[in-house]
Ligand binder design. Structure first.
Ligand code: ADP
Ligand code: MG
Length: 893
């Protein structure tokens, strides 16, 4: 029959069209989530402030009160911490008088509180704190889990003085009036999220819920940073899509049939909730009714019968439609239903009606599948996963026991989102039990938060702490500079004999050596009017030489210089040489420096206490290299300052934050008690890494710092450095993670054996984790490398640990710098100092937050100084050459 075929075709949506709808749904979701477009979006994508799903450890008694149509339901759920397998529940339902739904708001909440009071009396009162979850299925502007302003009433409610108010507070006041103040409203939620919270299994968390009831809705766990309407930025948050409104902007127009248009026209809100009206059980019977009307008018159904009964709204129930399409009893049900309407159907009528019902229900299932596929694909993409394994909690009368509906839903979902493996978990009473779960999870998170804060508290420095560190640094600087106090100062303030920064007129060709960084290098540096050109070569220093005799070490260095000069065709030149030597030295002239101690794995014999430049010259003699003119020995901080100073004359500070940390700055000679003379200025190599070695910082060291220090080759030494630099931050994080695992805050209390290995957690992981906060893909790679089995919440907590440790490092570095810039400002008698810091070091340069935090804290601690940071390019090479160049400029007539 062509008329019937036409109707069936109109109700059948091809897969390609469903794919298009899925894409539109995803766009609508993004629009609803973005702050910019939220106001115009059809999907509201409401944040719920539910940031975690149950993990099975939830335990205790939880009270739930649910406001339903003309009823208040109360419920007590007892969770045993056994995976939530067997929650005990007690219910009571109270009928609500009609006048309360339309009366005073206060009366409504008093009524709810009275129901609670009676329920508690019935089940035997509880005296201890009783957390309560409030299921409030109206449109709310939620700003916290327990703070939500009612936007507008619906579903027959219209109580006065509630719209625009916080309904949690209204309920809590009413509860307190009943003298139940041990009952605390912890969470407010919509009914959809409850379904999600009851469907987690051991195999996968439940992170999506579909409600397929009279209305239609869906919620899912979104990446929190994408939920722009909420302040949360890390972790995930459940979003209530309110997808019933999808299509209200016309995006469904080409699949809407004339039957849908009739249903919409007869509804109480024409033009609204277009999607819901195609899938909600409130409407399926109505859609079928309009198809029957149309076909009867075309005389292909109920021919010759009186069909006036079909004009009446609601005569065909959705439940009947669902019975009609059943595999076995379907035919009988069809006959019954139609006969009950007095339509006197024949065989053919029944067959056709059955086909129509099946088409309407299948279409609803396909549309649900397209919506769900949009959510799944969105989750999979935003989590940067190749495959998403997830449970989908399902509630509502359409789903339960209706195999034909289920079959279509499952198949079409798979076809539209092949990258996602969804397991459908039916639930009943999601809203009540789920509300208890929401409340329980909220309390679990609260307790966990308290413990996390306890662990991290010693690493969080207050402004007062930082001011004190600044003051102590200043005090140690003074002591390091003073002739009498110098020997006992932890900050050694070593004179560098560099008395001037570059003025830009320097010119010539220089050799430079860089020893003590990650690589040993030889360089040739051309300083010209047009700028600086360099060529360099990296040489390996074998461990046997690093730890052999001093003579062998310096002989090796000369060999490398000879090789370099040969390669660069510089054999016949005698070039001034600057030597970057990044070990602590007591400098007694620009080209005279006694090694105080080796660090970084060097231990060549007969060097400590010797003049490094002299040792190099002697080696040159031994090797009969006569063309060596060592002009200066330079610390890497000084080199950094000089190389930036060449481009910016205001650069009078050098800072390194790499493997270690150190700083230098231009000090007035009159303040340098350890060098004769009061005229002019000199760069001071602070060696600030040792700040605190005299115990003055003991109060800010946490237990983690002490453990890290104990396991180094120089316990008790370089204490400031061990809070800040690349060699140590990863270790600090590792020890915090272990402590947290020990308290069962991470990795379910079971870290991998790998995490017990020293230095396994690299400082570059902090950079990766903090940079990748949005995607978490790199984080997963790191976790895999460490063989850590981390849940999503674990990785969010790891991010917090990394941030805490790197923030503290940056803040301490800023406190040190604040002491320096403030001293320079006072030296010059200025109200306002403007100065540039030349900076080097991989931690500073590559960590995503370090430099930002450093600058922000510095500005806060030294508001009268305007400090510019200038990353140096090859400070040690270029800087050493520039020190030599400045020396040559000053020495030449
Ligand atoms: P050095 O200080 O020895 O001259 P660098 O300035 O290159 O060398 O610093 C090396 C240190 O930087 C390493 O010890 C490591 O801890 C740290 N590091 C390496 N990569 C990163 C990164 N991506 N983010 C933060 N720190 C890093
Ligand atoms: Mg370096």
């Amino acid at each position: 029959c062509p008329q019937v075929q036409r109707a069936l075709r109109a109700l059948t949506i091809p897969l390609e069209r469903l794919q298009v709808m899925k894409n539109h749904m995803m766009q609508a979701m993004c629009k609803g989530l973005s702050r910019q477009t939220h106001a115009q979006a059809t999907l509201q994508m409401l944040p719920t402030y539910i940031c975690s799903t149950p993990d099975g450890t939830e335990k205790g008694n939880f009270l739930v009160v649910e406001l339903c149509q003309s009823q208040v339901r109360t419920l007590l759920v007892t969770l045993l911490g056994d995976g939530n397998l067997s929650p005990q529940m007690m219910y009571k339902t109270f009928d609500m008088p009609e006048e309360i739904m339309k009366g005073e708001g206060e009366a409504l909440f008093d009524f709810i509180a009275q129901c609670l009071s009676q329920f508690l009396a019935d089940i035997g009162s509880f005296q201890e704190r009783l957390p309560l979850g409030f299921v409030f299925p109206f449109s709310c502007q939620q700003t916290q889990l327990n703070k939500a302003e009612l936007i507008s009433w619906s579903k027959g409610f219209s109580c006065s003085n509630v719209e625009g108010k916080d309904v949690v507070q209204l309920l809590q006041s009413a509860i307190n009036k009943q003298e139940l103040s041990h009952v605390e409203v912890v969470a407010l939620m919509n009914d959809t999220v409850g379904t999600m919270m009851t469907c987690s299994t051991e195999r996968a968390p439940c992170e999506v819920a579909l409600v397929m009831d009279k209305g239609s809705n869906c919620c899912f766990m979104a990446e929190a940073h994408l939920v722009e309407m909420a302040e949360e930025t890390s972790g995930r948050m459940c979003v209530n899509t309110e997808w019933g409104c999808f299509g209200d902007n016309g995006s469904l127009n080409d699949i809407v049939t004339p039957y849908d248009t009739c249903v919409d026209g007869e509804s109480s809100s024409p033009g609204e909730k277009r999607f819901e009206k195609m899938v909600g059980s409130l409407y399926l019977g109505e859609i079928v009714r309009h198809v029957l009307i149309a076909l009867a008018a075309e005389k292909v159904l109920f021919t010759g019968k009186n069909v006036a009964v079909l004009k009446e709204k609601g005569v065909l129930k959705t439940q009947q439609v669902l019975d009609i399409i059943k595999h076995e009893e379907g035919m009988a049900a069809t006959k019954n239903a139609l006969e009950a309407l007095g339509l006197q159907p024949n065989e053919r009528d029944c067959g056709r009606v059955q086909q129509i019902c099946l088409a309407v229900v299948s279409r609803a299932a396909s549309l649900y599948a397209a919506g769900l596929a949009a959510v799944l694909t969105y989750m999979c993409h935003t989590r940067d996963m190749d495959q998403l394994l997830v449970n989908v909690g399902v509630d509502g009368e359409l789903y339960h026991g209706h195999t034909r509906f289920e079959e279509v839903l499952h198949t079409v979902t798979r076809l539209l989102a092949p990258e996602c493996v969804a397991t459908f978990i039916p639930t009943t009473d999601g809203s009540g039990r789920g509300a208890a779960m929401v409340t329980a999870v909220a309390l679990r998170l609260e307790a966990r938060r308290r413990e996390v804060n306890e662990v991290l508290a010693p690493l969080r420095l207050s402004r007062a702490d930082l001011e004190q560190v600044q003051a102590l640094m200043r005090q140690e600087m003074e002591r390091g500079l003073g002739r009498e106090t110098h020997d006992n100062a932890s900050v050694r303030m070593l004179p560098s004999y560099v008395c001037s920064t570059p003025d830009g007129t320097e010119q010539g060709q220089f050799l430079a050596l860089d020893l003590g960084g990650t690589n040993f290098r030889v360089l040739v540096v051309h300083v010209t009017e047009e700028g600086i050109r360099m060529a360099s070569e990296i040489y390996v220093i074998p461990t046997a030489i690093m730890q052999g005799s001093g003579e062998a070490l310096f002989d090796h260095i000369i060999d490398c210089i000879l090789d370099f000069q040969m390669k660069q065709n510089l054999m016949n030149h005698v070039l001034p040489l600057g030597f970057t030597f990044s070990f602590p030295c007591k400098q007694v002239g620009l080209d005279k420096a006694l090694l105080l101690t080796w660090t970084k794995g060097f231990s060549a014999s007969n060097c400590v206490g010797q003049d490094v430049v002299q040792m190099l010259r002697e080696a040159a003699q031994r090797k009969q290299h006569s063309g060596l003119n060592v002009v200066a020995l330079v610390n890497d901080t000084v080199g950094t300052m000089m190389s930036c100073g060449y481009d910016d004359p205001k650069c009078e500070i050098g800072l390194i934050v790499g493997t270690g940390t150190n700083a230098c700055y231009m000090e007035e000679m009159r303040n340098v008690g350890t060098v004769e003379g009061d005229e002019g200025r000199m760069c001071i190599n602070m060696e600030w890494g040792a700040f605190g070695d005299n115990g003055c910082l003991d109060h800010i060291f946490s237990n983690f710092d002490k453990v890290v220090d104990d396991q180094t080759i120089n316990p008790g030494k370089q204490r400031f450095e061990k809070l800040i630099s690349g060699m140590y931050l990863g270790e600090i994080v590792r020890h915090i993670l272990l402590a947290m695992a020990d308290r069962k805050l991470l990795f379910q209390g079971k870290p991998t054996p790998k995490l017990y290995c020293k230095d396994i957690f690299k400082t570059k992981f902090l950079s990766t984790i903090e940079l990748d906060e949005l995607a978490l893909r790199q984080v997963r790679a790191i976790l895999q490398e460490l063989e850590l089995n981390a849940s999503h919440e674990d990785s969010v907590l790891m991010l917090e640990v990394c941030r805490t440790v790197s923030l503290r490092a940056a803040q301490l570095c800023a406190a040190g710098l604040a002491a320096v810039v403030e001293k320079m400002r006072e030296n010059q008698g200025l109200n306002q100092l403007s100065v540039t810091v030349g900076v080097d070091g991989t931690l500073y340069k590559l960590h995503p937050n370090f430099s930002k935090n450093l600058q922000k804290t510095l500005q806060d601690l030294a508001p009268n100084c305007t400090v510019t940071f200038m990353p140096s390019e090859d400070g040690s090479g270029k800087g050493a050459a520039l020190v030599a160049a400045v020396a040559c400029r000053i020495n030449s007539p």
